[in-house]
Design a protein around this ligand. Structure first.
Ligand code: G3I
Length: 332
């Protein structure tokens, strides 16, 4: 990647004591040299995109395949990158043997305990932060139905954090969700949930705000938060004593009017506004993209439409969004 930049995103972020990261695509890491080069050059934090989810880790009962996750961890360690483990509990990508059996509450608690201790013990001391519970809040503000909620009950969340803390006392433990970046029903629910967990002494260290944004109206994705709402929302989580990670940022430009140049400039402004506001909050510890090059973004497959949501294009050339992140870090 030939850029005219003196620094890299990671060197600028380091000066501000913030980690800047990207979700890593295991297949791309194995096959694409340019992918590896840019990932290591620009980022000092790596999130496992899929390889530490329950289904990929344990496709069969009592069996774990840590191979792919280990490759990501090895790459991160070889390039002086910290690791975000994503995610111990989620309503998606669970193995059929877990969700298609009628386990009792007691059996589900045993399975939860075994999973957390098996996975976290295996990477003990190597994973800087874990998304312990991912997307527990439904878009309507209630607790989202999942295998864990309907077999154990709402206290699955507290069990998960307490056991995760026992399994690796040095890992930072996060609750992670989307659509909770601005002020509204869903972020109020997340705020009240975490406040209650903390009141009960639950060992939770931080909140992950995914930041999957769409500039145009979208039925599945939120629009960029206003600077004011984002600032106020980050402040209230920080006031609980929580660390803040922006965990999965990407900015869709599909369905936008205007020239491609205009669309990329609008996208850049969103990246710059979000990072600028986030860097103002002393509790911001990490800013993570969901991927970094349009070549491997999950968005086109998920939406069925082409898009260019990330700061590098499919040929690893920095886009205006990269320049925007660079500027935000320089100015902080
Ligand atoms: O690995 C299999 C492969 O063997 C098989 O041939 C192929 C057939 O389609 O599927 C592959 O698994 C896919 C997996 O990604 C790995 O590529 C799954 O089908 C696919 O559903 C899965 O999508 C992931 C998605 O989470 C799962 O819901 C995306 O890559 C991943 O970017 C996305 O990430 C989530 C975060 O974990 C949580 N926040 C939202 C974010 C976007 O949905």
């Amino acid at each position: 990647m030939d850029t005219t930049h003196i620094a890299s995103l990671r060197s600028l972020a380091k000066k501000r004591d913030v980690l800047i990261g990207a979700a890593a695509n295991w297949r791309a890491l194995r096959t694409d040299y340019a992918y590896r080069e840019v990932l290591a050059q620009e980022f000092d934090l790596l999130t496992t995109e899929n390889e530490l989810k329950f289904g990929p880790l344990s496709p069969r009962p009592n069996a774990y395949d840590f191979g792919p996750a280990e490759e990501l961890v090895d790459f991160a360690q070889a390039n002086d990158m910290k690791i975000r483990g994503h995610t111990l509990l989620w309503h998606k990508m669970n193995p059929d043997w877990l969700t298609e059996n009628n386990f009792t509450r007691h059996q589900a608690l045993e399975l939860l305990h075994k999973h957390i201790f098996t996975v976290m013990a295996y990477f003990r001391g190597e994973v800087y932060a874990w998304d312990v519970v991912n997307e527990p809040i439904h878009d309507n503000g209630g607790l989202r139905d999942s295998f864990w909620l309907h077999t154990i009950g709402p206290d699955y969340i507290e069990y998960a954090f307490r056991w995760a803390n026992q399994a690796d006392p040095n890992a930072r433990l996060f609750i992670n969700d989307y659509g909770t970046e601005d002020l509204g029903t869903k972020s109020d629910s997340l705020y009240n949930l975490v406040k209650d967990l903390l009141r009960r002494g639950t060992p939770i260290n931080g909140v992950g705000l995914q930041m999957h944004l769409s500039i145009a109206d979208s039925q599945d994705f939120v629009k960029p938060p206003t600077v004011q709402d984002l600032e106020e929302n980050l402040r209230r989580f920080a006031d609980l004593g929580l660390e803040i990670h922006i965990t999965e940022m990407d900015v869709q430009i599909q369905n936008l009017s205007g020239s491609m140049e205009e669309q990329l400039e609008r996208q850049a402004r969103v990246y710059e506004d979000v990072l600028t506001v986030a860097l103002r909050n002393p509790q911001l510890k990490a800013f993570v993209l969901w991927g970094f090059t349009d070549r491997y973004s999950w968005i086109p497959k998920a939406t069925g439409r082409p898009d260019a949501p990330l700061p590098f294009d499919e040929y690893y050339q920095p886009k205006p969004a990269y320049e925007a992140l660079y500027r935000a870090l320089q100015a902080a």
